[in-house]
Ligand binder design. Structure first.
Ligand SMILES: Nc1ncnc2c1ncn2[C@@H]1O[C@H](COP(=O)(O)OP(=O)(O)OP(=O)(O)O)[C@@H](O)[C@H]1O
Ligand SMILES: [Mg+2]
Length: 292
C-alpha cells in the first residue's frame, strides 16, 4: 500500500494557481525526494497533507485514510519537521523530547527508552546545553527526533538540509537513511545531490504538477552524450562530420548520435582515442530539461 496517495490536487491563492492537478504516491519504507524551486508549492502541498490548509479539489490519503482539512486524525501516522522548527529554547534536548512525549501520549514506561534511542539516533545524547545555544544543524537534528517521537509511519521534512553546511547536511541525510527501515520519508528540497544520495524515488514539481518522476534505484537517467578526447589534428578531421561540443582543451561531447555511428566514423578516419565514454545524465540535467 502507498503510505501517501495524492490524486488530482488543486490549490490557488486568488489567481495564483500554485497546485494544479498534482498526483503523487509514496510507497512504504522508501525515501521520496520532493523537488521544486522556491515558490513551486512544496510547503503548500505539505500543509494540505497535514490537513492544515484546505485544498480546492482533489484527494489525499495517508495510510489509506482520507485527509480532511481541520481534522487531524491522519496526523497520528505523521511526523513533521517544518522548514524552520521552533523549540522552547531554554530547555535542553532531553527535556524538550520529554515534553513532546508527554503531549503525544506515549506510555510512561516506554518514554525514557524512546527518548534515549532518539537522542542517540540524532547524535544529541549527553548534550546538556540549552537549545538556544544550538547550531542550525543541531536544531534540525532535534527537530527530526521530535518528529519521530510517536513512531510515525510517514516522516515529512520540509527542506531539512537547505540551510545547512555540507557536514550538517551529511548528518541529516545519514539519519534519514538510517530510519528508512522504520518509517517512510518524504522530504522537499532543491538540493539535487541530496536527492541523488539517499532517495529511492524523486518527483519534480513544476507549474503545479509532478512533471517527472524518477526511480533512482532502478533506472539510469538516460544518456547525455558520448565524451571523446581528440588531438587538435583529429578534431580538424572530424569536426565537419560530427557535432562536437568542446568541454575542455581536448575533450568533446557528441550528442544525438548512436555510439555505433561515432565508432564507425572514428574507424573510417583511423582515429582511436584514448578516452571515449558514454556520459549519463545527472538529476540536474533532467531537472533543467523539465523546468526550462
Ligand atoms: N497563505 C498564502 N497566501 C497567498 N499566497 C501563498 C500563501 N502560501 C503560499 N503562497 C504562494 O504560493 C506559492 C508557493 O509557495 P510555497 O511556500 O508552497 O512554495 P515552496 O515550494 O515551499 O517554496 P520555498 O522553496 O521558497 O519554501 C508562492 O507563490 C507563494 O507566494
Ligand atoms: Mg517551502
Amino acid at each position: 500500500m502507498n503510505i501517501l496517495q495524492i490524486d488530482d490536487l488543486h490549490k490557488s491563492f486568488r489567481e495564483n494557481d500554485v497546485i494544479s492537478g498534482l498526483d503523487l504516491s509514496v510507497e512504504e519504507n522508501t525515501i521520496y525526494g520532493f523537488i521544486g524551486s522556491n515558490g513551486s508549492g512544496k510547503t503548500t502541498t505539505m500543509k494540505m497533507v497535514l490537513g492544515l490548509l484546505k485544498q480546492d479539489a482533489g484527494q489525499i490519503h495517508v495510510n489509506g485514510e482520507k485527509v480532511t482539512f481541520g481534522h487531524t486524525a491522519t496526523n497520528r501516522y505523521i511526523g513533521f519537521l517544518p522548514d524552520v522548527p521552533e523549540f522552547y529554547a531554554y530547555m535542553n534536548a532531553e527535556e524538550y523530547l520529554k515534553l513532546c512525549a508527554e503531549i503525544t501520549d506515549i506510555r510512561k514506561s516506554g518514554q525514557k527508552e524512546r527518548i534515549d534511542h532518539l537522542l542517540a539516533l540524532v547524535g544529541l545524547q549527553g548534550v546538556e546545553t540549552r537549545i538556544k545555544t544550538y547550531s542550525r544543524g543541531m536544531k534540525q537534528r532535534l527537530g527530526i527526533a521530535q518528529a519521530l517521537i510517536n513512531q510515525p509511519k510517514l516522516l515529512i521534512c520540509d527542506e531539512p538540509t537547505s540551510a545547512l553546511d555540507p557536514k550538517g547536511r551529511r548528518e541529516i541525510l545519514n539519519i534519514l537513511q538510517q530510519i528508512k527501515g522504520e518509517t517512510t520519508v518524504i522530504f522537499s528540497t532543491h538540493i539535487l545531490t541530496d536527492v541523488e544520495r539517499i532517495c529511492d524515488k524523486a518527483g519534480i514539481l513544476y507549474e503545479g504538477k509532478i512533471r517527472k518522476e524518477i526511480d533512482l534505484k532502478k533506472e539510469a537517467l538516460g544518456e547525455k552524450g558520448i565524451v571523446v578526447e581528440l588531438m587538435p589534428e583529429e578534431y580538424e578531421v572530424l569536426s565537419g562530420e560530427l557535432p562536437l561540443e568542446r568541454l575542455d582543451e581536448n575533450k568533446y561531447r557528441v550528442t544525438g548520435l548512436p555510439i555505433e555511428t561515432v565508432y564507425r566514423l572514428l574507424n573510417t578516419h583511423k582515429i582511436y582515442p584514448d578516452h571515449l565514454v558514454r556520459e549519463r545524465k545527472t538529476l540536474e540535467d533532467v531537472y533543467l530539461e523539465v523546468t526550462s
